[in-house]
Design a protein around this ligand. Sequence first.
Ligand SMILES: NC(=O)c1ccc[n+]([C@@H]2O[C@H](COP(=O)([O-])OP(=O)(O)OC[C@H]3O[C@@H](n4cnc5c(N)ncnc54)[C@H](OP(=O)(O)O)[C@@H]3O)[C@@H](O)[C@H]2O)c1
Length: 281
Amino acid sequence: MGVLDGKVAVVTGGTSGIGARTATLFAAEGARVVIAGRRTEEGEKLAAEFGGTFVRTDVSVEADVEALIAHAVERYGRLDVLVNNAGDPGAGGSVADADLARFEQTFAVHLGGVLTGMKYASRVMLGQESGSIINIASTTARLGGWAGLGYSAAKAAVIQLTRGAAVELGEHGIRVNSISPGPILTGIFAKGAGMDAAEADRTAAAMESAFTAALEIYQPIHRAGTPDDVAQAALWLAGDGSAFVNGHDLAVDGGISAGRPASVALAERAKLAKAFADLRG
Ligand SMILES: NC(=O)c1ccc[n+]([C@@H]2O[C@H](COP(=O)([O-])OP(=O)(O)OC[C@H]3O[C@@H](n4cnc5c(N)ncnc54)[C@H](OP(=O)(O)O)[C@@H]3O)[C@@H](O)[C@H]2O)c1
């Protein structure tokens, strides 16, 4: 028996990375899954692999999101889970050089996509008086210096949008939660650096040792986060095991948001103690 037997799920940004792994895991756990993204070839190939369907969708276009949700309901008769996962590297740059058009586009994808997803999914879920909506935010919503300004600000807004939706929809049996992943081994970083999307997805796993080394002083669990780490959290939030969890932001970040590793803090303290000792002579 699967955790999601009988449920229907939509996963946006399902053509690669976290979304692709989430969709595959949900299908393996019994859900009928619709994935969405802009790359038709990748989407159709993956959907065929796990026995679901793909709908070409740009989440910054409201009509696309409306059609995506309508497809799921027409095809499977209901909607139990929506994972608002689609996202791109978004706007970066310094404050003084901020490009407002790029900011608006970043907000249209990361925040507008989440809002319209919830808008059309909630209309279906309200009729059923049940459902679970999972919005993918980020550790960068709370920490400066880890991602571009626009991306981080949009992710912070996703967490607050989640809370607002949770208190409204929770009264009608619909749970709304977010997940804040830390750095996860996917192609999003290479895409942000300008690499072709397919190549970025293909080469993501090869970055594992560089990732682990770069995170050593920040992340208490010393390994790179994987799409499966996030997918497993999404599975729990999607299933009935989390039936009393609503309005929560779940960190899946190896402890980055809890603080730096104790070994790093101890080494820093030892350095300071030595500096004091040297001062005294
Ligand atoms: N990797 C990390 O370290 C990390 C950390 C925290 C949060 N996140 C978040 O996790 C989510 C998934 O990212 P990922 O790391 O798995 O990267 P990824 O492999 O690049 O996946 C991003 C997905 O979003 C889709 N997408 C991008 N723009 C879209 C748009 N306008 N409309 C529809 N789909 C769009 C992409 O598909 P198409 O190209 O086919 O459109 C792709 O399926 C994103 O929201 C990201 O911000 C990632």
